[in-house]
Ligand binder design. Structure first.
Ligand SMILES: [Zn+2]
Length: 305
């Protein structure tokens, strides 16, 4: 393939090879803050974003693959030539960390909550099923780990604008929320999926609801950059919070009625579908979220540790 590309370039440069389609859409949500929103089936895998200060740039999350990260780096370079000094990973899931190496090579220091470094090269293997291929193992083993870790958080000063990074519970047990107070913008990581069913594989839904309630209490008029889905506001945070509360209530009721397995899943799917059936990823995550929540309520859910 590379040889073919070289041959084509030799006979018909530039216009013969169109640039790859963008894997995300850039939104300038505040004068210094950009959201990179991945399309529904984009190989970027998740959202990212960046903050441009007077002295330095902070990137939040680095997508699922290097090609998407390269596009993000190019997009940033189209806006500013300041050093990209910091990357924060909101959590360890591969769709938020796989481009770390590209930004590290560009000079950035990768930062994350302590558990991200602990889990990134091990627990990400589970997303490839019981028998990952050699390429999938290499992909996970090659994730560039954070250089600096913290337990509770850190403040990052970029010159004229500051990012507050704080550990919050809910999505994995090693999640950071990045708030830009001067811009009233909150990068939520996967604590928020905007009108999409969330991946609850590692989630603890009661603390997650408390985290979302905290967003609504502390930032009622903020712009929220979710881990997945479009740029969001308080009503979207409330919608996800209410989904989780309804999911827990419906699963608990079905369990108390003695339902298990497929019967429990069918009963709860029927309850949820009239309200949530048109949310993104419904077919994929509804049965899984029900099963994971049943395990969580029974106290048998395996979590990263
Ligand atoms: Zn995630």
């Amino acid at each position: 393939m590379a040889l073919l590309a070289l041959a084509l370039a030799a006979v018909a440069p530039a216009q013969a090879l169109p640039p790859p389609a963008p894997m995300f859409t850039l939104h300038r949500v505040a004068p210094s803050v950009w959201a990179a929103i991945a399309g529904p089936r984009s190989k970027a895998g998740a959202n990212a974003g960046f903050v441009v200060g007077r002295r330095a740039i902070l990137v939040v999350d680095t997508f699922e693959n290097v090609q998407a990260a390269q596009q993000l780096l190019a997009a940033i370079r189209g806006i500013s030539s300041l050093p990209i000094r910091y990357v924060v990973n909101t959590h360890y899931h591969i769709d938020h960390v796989a481009g770390n190496g590209l930004f590290a090579a560009a000079g950035a220091t990768i930062m994350a909550q302590t558990n991200v470094r602990r889990w990134a090269r091990t627990d990400n293997l589970k997303f490839f099923g019981p028998n990952p291929t050699a390429a999938q193992r290499a992909w996970v083993a090659g994730i560039t780990l954070p250089d600096i870790t913290y337990d509770q958080g850190v403040n990052i000063y970029l010159g004229g604008i500051m990012a507050e990074v704080r550990d919050r519970p809910g999505h994995t047990g090693g999640d950071s929320v990045v708030t830009i107070p001067a811009a009233n913008v909150v990068f939520t990581g996967d604590m928020l999926w905007n009108h999409m069913l969330p991946n609850l594989i590692d989630a603890s839904t009661a603390p997650l609801i408390a985290t979302l309630d905290g967003f609504l209490c502390d930032h009622p008029r903020a712009v929220f950059i979710p881990g997945h889905g479009e740029v969001a506001h308080a009503a979207d945070v409330k919608a996800m919070r209410d989904f989780l509360a309804v999911l827990r209530a419906d699963v608990g009721r079905a369990e108390r009625a003695g339902k298990t397995g497929a019967a429990l899943t069918d009963a709860v799917m029927a309850e949820l579908k009239p309200v949530y059936g048109d949310w993104g990823l419904w077919s994929y995550f509804a049965p899984r979220d029900i099963a994971w929540t049943a395990e969580e309520l029974r106290g048998t859910k395996p979590l990263p540790h």
